[in-house]
Structures are given as structure tokens and as C-alpha cells.
Design a protein around this ligand. Structure first.
Ligand code: SF4
Length: 455
């Protein structure tokens, strides 16, 4: 059987989709190539959220074709995911050596399409249509094979987005919101736990919209909180996370869930995008700065040690200096532990692309740098404040930078590097934080002392 190499661009949802496609192909007898240089099939799972992400994938494909097409004429090249969905056949018109284009509702059919191409029944396949129940088709996991089992896993619970933020292409590439059933998700979680997984992250484009249409609320609990409650009962599961939520999705029931469900860790990535009401309105975000701040206050009241991260877009059309300064002041007020900052990027066919007063690129870059410096300063102090504390971590495996050391994650989503042994992998243990680096903590396995505060 052929070997396949999948390169992934973009978010955790894309990583998860690639993993499921790889697992499906392995189940059909494909092997996973260590690099594109030796693969019989090379698939690029693409991202459309920024122009740069699309250009990267296009240039990568051009380079691959230039390097290998002549020497290995049978190699199969394909685009998967968001850019495949939005551009479809246009990709083959531009790069005629590409054989396969698979949209976001057809990932699970990749093996079928490859069979058609490899057997010669088809010379090109472009599939970007909608497919009912495709949201339940991302379920197979690799878990890094058998030798080094993962203790964490992502579970895709819904697809699509109905929010239509004016800058975002996702509703066009991922379609309408569609959710899996709770029993289906729980079955996948239980299977993962039986294979050694201790922490599950629920994934969705707008994960807090889970079940909005499909699951009626009862006892004041939304479908999403009902899912969290059910996951809390899974024996052997230690931790539950989710990403990415929308601030609007944090109803009182979800805030209260943090107090009630001990497996739901004290960590939240809540994209705010801007600290200015006027810009938030132009973005069609559906909340105000005050509502966001109120949410932060409520969460910190329930879980004072909660780790908060966010996303910002700087240089949105019409953003003035004083609008931007409101974003800076929001960072000072909230004191985020981490923030991902993006320069606004025009996406075709989105309302923001044709808004007046587009901010020039050098100004976007300047605001990016100013915001980044502030975020690093604020977050750096929050990390320093943790030195000397005892924190609970789930040990994930060897550190990427120094495989001699182990790495774990606190409940509030901070990476901790420490000297440990392979037997620690998968353990929930306490470490004493000895120093803080850039978005990394360093620790010593601690002697449990219940008088110490834990995070
Ligand atoms: S909520 Fe807005 S930013 Fe997030 S995926 Fe939906 S449209 Fe895009």
C-alpha cells in the first residue's frame, strides 16, 4: 500500500482533522511517511483564516511539484480543508499537477478518492459539497501509535459557525453549525480513556454553540453544559478542556459549571478581538467590552486562579489610534496569561474586505508590535507570580526542546518543564515552580503539602 504524508496548516481543528484522515488511511493499509520526500501521497490540509496561510500552502505545493513531479510521476498531490473548500477546482486550474481537492465536509472520504486516483479510475477528484452528518465523521485517533501513547486528545464535537463575524471566512469554509450527539461524543471519549487518555479537549469552530439547535436545554442547562456534565462522569478521565468558545456562549450555566465540575479545568481561551465597542460592532462580534469584562469577573469569582487567554485582531478597517488604545487598556485591565495577536488580513467575499478606511499594513504591524510588547509584559509578570507555588500538572511526555526533560500542563494551561522519568508520563502530580521563562514554567516534583495553595 502507498505511504502518505499530511502537512497541516492552521488551527487545532485542522490538526484534529488531519489526525482523523491519517488514522482512516492507516486503517485502510496506508503507512505514514516520515517526510514528504518519501511519500507516495502528499496532502496539504489548508487554512484560509489569513491570506498568508493560503499563500504558504500554495507555495509549498508549487515547490513539492517542482521538486518531485518529474522524478516520481506517480506521486499523488492533494489539498484538503478550508482553502480546498473555498477555492475548489480553481486550485487545479492554477496547479494542474494537483490531483485531489477535498473540502471540509468530505475529509472522511479521502481514502475513497485516493483509491479512485491510484487505481486510475479517475484522473482528478474535486469534492467540496455539503454532506449531512459529516460533523460526526471526525472520530478516529492515532494517539501517536502504540509505543508512546498520548495522554491528551482532541475530540471534535461540532462543525461550522453561524456568527458571521465580518472579518472571518470560517462560516463560508466550514458551513452552518452542526453538532454531534452527546452519546456519540461520550463513546469516543470512553474509547480514548480506555487507551490511556487522561485529558480531553472538546473542539469546535464555536464550541459553546454546541447543540444549540439539536439539544433542548433542561434545568437551565444548555446542550454544551449538558455535555460537560456527562463527560464529568467518565471514569478515568481526569481533565476536560474546550476550545474555541465565543464570549456570547458563556451563559450563567457555563460559568456555574466551573464551580460544579471538578474535571473542568480552570482555563479559558476567550477570543475578544478588540477592546473597543465601536470596532466590536463593526466586527459583528455580538458583545461589548463591558460584557466581556463582566464575564472575566464572573469566571474569576468562581475560579480565582483561572488562566485566561485570548485572540486579538489589530488594524481592523476603521480602527483608530484611540480605538487601539482601548485594546491596550483592556489587556491592562484583564491581565491575560496569554494572547494571540493577528494583523487584520482581508479575506475575499467577507464584509470587512470592502469596508472603508482600511488600515495600512505598516500601521497594522506597528500596532501588532505594541500590543505584543504589552501582552508579553503583563503575561510575564503573571508567570513570575507563580514561582514558589505548588501546582498540579498532567505529565504529557518529553519536552520538545530537551527530550531529557519532561513536560506537563497545569490545570490553568501553563506548560511546566521538569526533571522526571518516563514512568511519570500520564501521571497527575504536583510540582514546585522554581522559575518562569517565556510562557514556560520550570518545576521540581513537589512533596505534597496540603497547606500550599494549588492551581
Ligand atoms: S465566531 Fe466569528 S471568528 Fe469565530 S469562527 Fe465564527 S465567524 Fe469566525
Amino acid at each position: 500500500m502507498p505511504s502518505v504524508y499530511i502537512k497541516t496548516y492552521g488551527c487545532q481543528m485542522n490538526e484534529r482533522d488531519s489526525e482523523a484522515v491519517a488514522a482512516q488511511l492507516v486503517a485502510k493499509g496506508y503507512s505514514l511517511a516520515a517526510s514528504e520526500a518519501t511519500a507516495d501521497v502528499v496532502l496539504l490540509n489548508t487554512c484560509s483564516i489569513r491570506d498568508m496561510a493560503e499563500q504558504k500552502a500554495l507555495h509549498k505545493m508549487e515547490a513539492l511539484i517542482a521538486d518531485t513531479r518529474r522524478s516520481r510521476p506517480d506521486i499523488v498531490f492533494g489539498f484538503l480543508g478550508c482553502m480546498a473548500q473555498s477555492r475548489g477546482r480553481e486550485l487545479i486550474d492554477r496547479l494542474p499537477d494537483v490531483d485531489l481537492v477535498v473540502g471540509t465536509q468530505k475529509f472522511h472520504r479521502t481514502a475513497e478518492y485516493l483509491d479512485e486516483l491510484i487505481s486510475g479510475r479517475q484522473s482528478k477528484v474535486v469534492e467540496v459539497g455539503e454532506e449531512k452528518k459529516s460533523e460526526a465523521a471526525i472520530r478516529e485517533h492515532l494517539l501517536n501509535g502504540n509505543a508512546k501513547k498520548s495522554v491528551t486528545a482532541f475530540v471534535s464535537i461540532m462543525q461550522g459557525c453561524n456568527q458571521y463575524c465580518t472579518f472571518c471566512i470560517v462560516p463560508y469554509t466550514r458551513g452552518e453549525e452542526r453538532s454531534r450527539t452527546i452519546p456519540d461524543i461520550l463513546a469516543e471519549c470512553r474509547e480514548l480513556v480506555s487507551r490511556g487518555v487522561k485529558e480531553i479537549t472538546f473542539l469546535g469552530q464555536i464550541v459553546t454553540s454546541y447543540g444549540k439547535r439539536e439539544i433542548s436545554s433542561h434545568d437551565g442547562l444548555s446542550g454544551f453544559v449538558q455535555l460537560l456534565e456527562a463527560a464529568q462522569e467518565i471514569e478515568g478521565l481526569e481533565r476536560i478542556r474546550f476550545t474555541s468558545p465565543h464570549p456570547k456562549g458563556y451563559g450563567d450555566d457555563l460559568v456555574a459549571a466551573y464551580a460544579r465540575l471538578p474535571k473542568l479545568v480552570e482555563s479559558a481561551h476567550i477570543p475578544v478581538q478588540s477592546g473597543c465597542d465601536r470596532v466590536l460592532k463593526l466586527m459583528h462580534r455580538g458583545y461589548t467590552r463591558e460584557r466581556y469584562l463582566n464575564l472575566v469577573r464572573n469566571l474569576r469569582q468562581v475560579r480565582p486562579q483561572i488562566g485566561l487567554s485570548t485572540d486579538f485582531i489589530v488594524g481592523f478597517p476603521g480602527e483608530t489610534e484611540s480605538d487601539f488604545e482601548e485594546t491596550l487598556s483592556l489587556v491592562r485591565e484583564v491581565e491575560f496569561d496569554q494572547a494571540y495577536i493577528f494583523r487584520y488580513s482581508e479575506r475575499r467575499d467577507t464584509p470587512a474586505a470592502s469596508m472603508p478606511n482600511q488600515v495600512p499594513e505598516p500601521l497594522r504591524e506597528e500596532r501588532h508590535q505594541r500590543l505584543l510588547a504589552l501582552v508579553n509584559d503583563v503575561a510575564g509578570r503573571r508567570y513570575q507570580d507563580l514561582v514558589g507555588r505548588q501546582m498540579q500538572i498532567l505529565v504529557e511526555g518529553p519536552s520538545k526542546r530537551n527530550p531529557e526533560r519532561l513536560t506537563g500542563r497545569t490545570r490553568c494551561n501553563k506548560i511546566v518543564v521538569f526533571e522526571g522519568a518516563d514512568r511519570h508520563r500520564g501521571q497527575v502530580m504536583d510540582v514546585q515552580i522554581t522559575r518562569a521563562g517565556s510562557f514556560t514554567l520550570y518545576g521540581d516534583p513537589a512533596i505534597i503539602n496540603l497547606r500550599d495553595a494549588r492551581v
